[in-house]
Design a protein around this ligand. Structure first.
Ligand code: Q9C
Ligand code: ZN
Length: 642
């Protein structure tokens, strides 16, 4: 339960959607679910009839696809809509921040969803195959690519100006009459296009109600904790707290099948990236034989899915899973190009367990991995750091970049010697071939007695994550930001007791990397209070809003014996690849305060030694320099507490 003490900060007298209602927290959600369930049941009937038709044809459809199937017109139409609605869509949406009633908010959201649902139906029914919209990214990325290249050369203040003129790039890219976008070189000074100024150089947030439709037919959120209410609640929380109005809302879109295939096999992409209706069209074009035969497990709850975590709604899930990917891609491209300061993607279902051809652990498409690949392929981003602080190991992400030295994957996860889902993520898994050393697993072992918490995560950041990350020196940082390590998540889905505010502090540390180009993507976490609190803390950090300080007790506490053992092991293994971690091999057991003092003394000793070995004149100069202000990117400046 969210504490009452927190509410008055924002909306003293009213209830909020992200916090449970006083009378009956579940009743409202139940109501929504019931409504949706009704719809599902009706659509399910239609679907089953559809599926029946498809399935009866499987005998004659056993050809392997040889070319990429074409996309349906659905996407094209969406893009045209996006083009027409550009002004409204790129501006931060008028939120219901001031509205009093939770019910109103809910109804509003429901209405919006209905509209979109109607659109889908219509489009699905009369949609013909159209051109692959992948071409659009191709075009727009040309502009972004230049932007990213430019951003590398620029100082922060100049980067700030870039978006003013760049807001036109997506327009140009979408224009189908043009064979190529207007050269980014035609960028003029902001004063030349005063009406084009839409984007603020701030934190981008992306969210789309399409992702709400990925729901098991049974509609029971207790059986399926990865439910739509997760992202609805986070979105509401950001509205209620006023944080959203400080951000730029980014328009999401569905990822193309080609984009998804940067990480996933063609079969896997078609399996989960198409719905029965557009699949039937593909079938009729004799492109998709085996996909028609796909089937899922019948689940005890009455729904279908890969397993009881990884449920599937044959009508709506493909749109949702592609939207999750596309939302993150859109956001990350804008951050990488210097159009946005950083970003937070409120997306579901999560992705980090999804492997090349395997859906598992709620995940179908690996949004973070796909985004990293696309940043490199379309924007010529060089090095990407992926930090994964979901409590579960991101087996899919590790797999995608295991041999790749250009993507450093650092995961902190509950491991317990392979006895915690998904079982992978041993500290010895350091990468393969040219990628050796570019996979770092902080694999907590020792169960939950005591539970791993703030001290352990902060110590891991101090001794492993941040030193290696700085040495790697990424161009962009993507975070698989699951919040299931936050207190409130019980075993077997959690068990740790990291505080929400701690994730704000971790975010702030990551912002010292890559010129601040950090994009967080929601992964796991199902306790609504915990994930809302943590999202709020992270977005606050991204906005450089003052954070709630860590408790002094946290700063004075020593990490648990089990945690020290885990860190010793990862340091021993990784010191072969990252010389910077060697110096932390000892002193792991000290508190953050002790470490701070120790590091300060170490620094003082170093400068004292330097002074001794210098002439008086140089020493004078050095002393002066030492007291001059540090640049904003210096870690200690941004994270003074630690
Ligand atoms: N029978 C995320 O947090 N449950 N995924 C395993 C085994 C897996 C969690 C149950 C939970 C997956 C993104
Ligand atoms: Zn997780």
């Amino acid at each position: 339960m969210r504490t009452v003490g927190k509410l008055p900060r924002h909306r003293p007298l009213s209830r909020t959607q992200s916090s449970p209602l006083p009378q009956s927290p579940q009743a409202l959600q139940q109501l929504v679910m019931q409504q949706q369930h009704q719809q599902f049941l009706e659509k399910q009937k239609q679907q089953q009839m559809q599926l029946g038709k498809i399935l009866t044809k499987t005998g004659e459809l056993s050809r392997q696809p040889t070319t990429h199937p074409e996309e349906t017109e659905e996407e094209l139409t969406e893009q045209q809509e996006a083009l027409l609605g550009e002004g409204a869509l790129t501006m931060p949406r008028e939120g219901s921040t001031e509205s009093e009633s939770t019910q109103e908010d809910l109804e509003e959201e429901e209405d919006e969803e209905e509209d979109e649902e109607d659109c889908i139906q219509v489009k699905d029914e009369d949609g013909e195959s159209g051109p692959d919209e992948g071409a659009d990214l191709e075009e727009s990325s040309a502009g972004y690519k230049k932007l990213f290249a430019d951003a590398q050369q620029l100082q922060p203040l100049q980067v700030y100006q870039a978006p003013l003129s760049l807001a036109t790039v997506p327009h140009q890219a979408l224009g189908r009459t043009q064979s190529s976008p207007a050269a980014p070189g035609s960028m003029k000074s902001p004063t030349d296009h005063p009406t084009v100024v839409k984007h603020l150089f701030t934190t981008g947030v992306v969210y789309d109600t399409f992702m709400l439709k990925h729901q098991c037919m049974c509609g029971n959120t207790h059986v399926h904790p990865e439910h739509a209410g997760r992202i609805q609640s986070i979105w509401s929380r950001l509205q209620e707290t006023g944080l959203l109005s400080k951000c730029e809302r980014i328009r999401g879109r569905k990822a193309t099948l080609d984009e998804i295939q940067t990480v996933h096999s063609e079969y896997h992409t078609l399996l989960y990236g198409t719905s029965p209706l557009n699949r039937q069209k593909l079938d009729s074009k004799k492109l998709l034989g085996p996909i028609s035969q796909k089937m899922y497990a019948m689940l005890p709850c009455g729904g279908i899915g890969v397993d009881s975590d990884t449920v599937w709604n044959e009508m709506h899930s493909s749109s949702a899973v592609r939207m999750a990917v596309g939302c993150l891609v859109e956001l990350a491209f804008k951050v990488a190009a210097g159009e946005l300061k950083n970003g937070f993607a409120i997306i579901r279902p999560p992705g980090h367990h999804a492997e090349e051809s395997t859906a598992m652990g709620f995940c179908f498409f690996n949004s973070v991995a796909i985004t990293a690949k696309l940043l490199q392929q379309k924007l010529s981003v060089g090095k990407v750091l992926i930090v994964d602080w979901d409590i579960h190991h991101g087996n899919g992400t590790q797999q995608a970049f295991y041999d790749d030295p250009s993507v450093l994957y650092i995961s902190l996860h509950r491991y317990d010697n392979g006895n915690f889902f998904p079982g992978s993520g041993a500290p010895e898994e350091v990468g393969g071939g040219p990628g050796v050393g570019y996979n770092v697993n902080v694999a907590w072992t020792g169960g939950v007695d005591p539970p791993i918490g703030d001290v352990e995560y902060l110590t891991a950041f101090r001794t492993v994550v941040m030193p290696i990350a700085h040495e790697f020196s990424p161009d962009v940082v993507l975070v698989s930001a699951g919040f299931d390590a936050v207190e409130g998540h019980l075993s077997p889905l959690g068990g740790y007791s990291v505080t929400a505010r701690c994730f704000g502090h971790l975010t702030r540390q990551l912002m010292t990397l890559a010129g601040g180009r950090v994009v967080l993507a929601l992964e796991g976490g199902h306790d609504l209070t915990a994930i809302c609190d943590a999202s709020e803390a992270c977005v606050s950090a991204l906005l450089s809003v003052e954070l709630q300080p860590l408790d002094e007790a946290v700063l004075q506490q020593k990490p648990s014996i089990n945690a020290v053992a885990t860190l010793e092991k990862v340091i021993e293994i990784q010191s072969k690849h990252w010389s910077c971690v060697q110096r932390f091999a000892t002193g792991l057991g000290c508190s953050l305060r002790e470490a701070q003092t120790g590091e300060k003394e170490e620094a003082e000793t170093v400068s004292a030694m330097a002074l001794l070995s210098m002439g008086a004149e140089q020493a004078q100069a050095a002393a002066t320099q030492e007291h001059s202000p540090r640049p904003a990117e210096e870690p200690m400046e941004q994270e003074p507490a630690l």
